[in-house]
Design a protein around this ligand. Structure first.
Ligand SMILES: *Cc1c(COP(=O)(O)O)cnc(C)c1O
Length: 221
């Protein structure tokens, strides 16, 4: 397992480099985050040993269990955050990628009172998909100042692109997110997953969240 993960990490890094080169970008400006959901902790360790220092989970309770078992890693919350699950978030957390509504801000502020606050990304639902989380364009402008006022370092914007057969068709969504980030003065873009990360990097992603391309296509969760 460890060897396979190591070679997949190398392959993903190579693809990031090539996509960055196509866009005239420095590959070092793109952080590779491994999403370990549904994987055994050994798989997370293997990715970390292969040099992936940023690891993510999509559930607060799972993150709370995992983060302390691999405290050397920088752990990220990438999944949709329910208000009543905020209390499960570990106190030592590198970043939250899924802040998408005002009601979360107060909960997060009390959760991280007196401890270093994680960096946050505002999740944006660029495609306007009903079933998905993420703020709408107009909400970002009110969410951003409320996060700043609550003391959170706001790093950038995040999106989960619609699942499509051809990655090329989500390019406009990534481009839109980049435009919105520039409009509100944010630098970081958490965008790109296994099926679309090269397009995301071409459009300016600074952090790609990769699960299946590192851990295999058939993970349970
Ligand atoms: C699972 C997940 C990913 C990784 O998805 P893959 O398609 O397996 O690369 C990225 N972001 C979020 C929010 C996820 O839940």
């Amino acid at each position: 397992m460890t060897d396979r993960i190591e070679s997949r990490v190398a392959a993903v890094r190579e693809r990031i480099s090539r996509a960055a080169a196509r866009a005239g970008r420095d590959p070092a400006s793109v952080t590779l985050l491994a999403v370990t959901k549904g994987q055994p902790i050994e798989a997370a360790r293997a990715a970390f040993s292969a040099g992936v220092l940023d690891l993510g989970e999509n559930r607060a309770a799972e993150l709370a269990v995992r983060a302390p078992t691999l405290p050397e890693a920088r752990w990220h919350m990438v999944g949709r955050l329910q208000t009543n699950k905020v209390r499960f978030l570990p106190s030592r957390l590198a970043a939250i990628h899924s802040v998408d509504r005002r009601s979360l801000v107060e909960r997060l502020a009390s959760r991280y009172q007196g401890v270093p606050a994680p960096v946050v990304y505002i999740e944006v639902n660029v495609a306007g998909e009903e079933t998905k989380g993420g703020a709408r364009w107009a909400e970002v402008e009110t969410l951003l100042p409320s996060l700043i006022e609550a003391g959170f370092p706001v790093s950038g914007l995040m999106t989960v692109a619609p699942a499509v057969v051809d990655a090329e068709s989500v390019r406009p969504f990534f481009r839109e997110l980049a435009v919105l980030a520039r409009t509100v003065g944010l630098d970081e873009l958490s965008m790109g997953m296994s099926d679309d990360f090269e397009v995301a990097v071409e459009e300016g992603s600074t952090l790609v969240r990769i699960g299946r391309a590192i851990f295999g296509r058939d993970h349970p969760g």
